[in-house]
Design a protein around this ligand. Structure first.
Ligand code: ZN
Length: 336
């Protein structure tokens, strides 16, 4: 049976189950971090929802093909005991003394990398979002390795704000278990001296049942957590930001989910021509649907591996060649 929009009820139900993550929830498969297992997405990694809707709904005339450049700031300094331990383990042939000496050179590497990023993005007409873990600092296995109250974090927040970029909350690994989103938002808002509207969870540890309700209660307007931790693709089958549906309350929440197209990872350290061709093809699909998607590169990865920088620049080149708006301007759905 058809609907007024010309799309069948079966297709509408399929779309609803994808964008609400209901289909993944029904599989109940979780990975070691308690996340819905991305190996069990029901539709692959393409724009299946957008293909189904094409021609049935009139696109908003003001919508433009947009890419939101984002950076998760997991650390604000390498002069921190877990970073020192990591450096010492990775350079076992060195003595502890030489490791500590090298920290004098690279301890502020993340702040310097972010300065370099800000210059690069200004030159490329990019307005980006920097997501900060707000703390408190923790030595727990997946705890926050920085705090919004540290001088290193406040210096970076000042630089990012002065460059006209957006500050967002990088919700901590344990936030959804402990219900700390509002506290984390307040700590970051105090440090940034502005309200916090954007969010992405550390480890993309979202939860389709309660996660968005917590964010809504914390005053978040845009979430950027739904994507794949490996490679690239469209987790909910769409490249168009959409209002979040709360499955438990069976109601729309006042949050817009912005699909994340790709994030850096081990693949960025050894990417090849085929990877770039595949990303370009996916970007062309986003352009065809006048979509708006996020990409994520960690300053820590950029600071420690030039190959990741090379990958980032190539992806920005693809975005520019395809005419993507990377300014978060008033024409993108982020203002919607
Ligand atoms: Zn993170």
């Amino acid at each position: 049976m058809g609907t007024a929009s010309g799309i069948s009820q079966a297709d509408l139900a399929f779309i609803a189950s994808l964008v609400s993550l209901g289909h993944e929830l029904s599989h109940a498969v979780r990975d070691t971090h308690g996340r819905l297992d991305e190996e069990h997405t029901p539709h692959g990694r393409g724009a299946v929802v957008d293909h189904l809707l094409a021609g049935t709904l009139a696109p908003c005339p003001q919508r433009r093909f947009s890419v939101i450049i984002t950076h998760d700031v997991d650390r604000t300094t390498l002069c921190e005991c877990t970073a020192i331990a990591k450096l010492f383990i990775e350079t076992r042939s060195r003595t502890l003394r030489s490791t500590i000496r090298s920290l004098g050179v690279c301890g502020s590497a993340i702040a310097r990398t972010i300065d370099e990023l800000l210059c690069f993005e200004a030159d490329n007409n990019i307005r980006s979002i920097f997501f900060f873990l707000s703390g408190p600092y923790s030595l727990a296995r997946y705890g926050s390795r920085t705090s919004a109250r540290w001088g290193s974090a406040q210096g970076i927040i000042r630089a990012v704000t002065a460059a006209g970029m957006e500050i967002g909350l990088h919700g901590s690994y344990y936030a959804k278990d402990n219900g700390t989103y509002a506290d984390e938002c307040r700590r970051l808002a105090d440090a940034a001296q502005s309200s916090i509207r954007h969010h992405r969870n550390h480890y993309l540890r979202y939860d389709a049942e309660h996660f968005w309700r917590h964010l809504s209660d914390a005053g978040i307007a845009f979430d950027h957590s739904v994507g794949f931790t490996t490679g690239w693709g469209l987790r909910t089958g769409t490249c168009i930001p959409y209002p979040v549906y709360d499955i438990s309350a069976q109601a729309l929440l006042g949050i817009i989910e912005v699909p994340m197209l790709l994030m850096d990872g081990t693949w960025t350290q050894q990417f090849n021509r085929a990877d770039m061709d595949s990303i370009r093809t996916l970007m062309e699909t986003v352009r065809r649907h006048r979509g708006c998607v996020g990409i994520d590169f960690h300053p820590e990865s950029l600071a420690t591996n030039r190959a990741v920088w090379d990958c980032f620049r190539r992806i920005i080149d693809i975005c520019r060649e395809l005419g993507a708006d990377m300014t978060m301007s008033s024409h993108t759905p982020l203002q919607g």
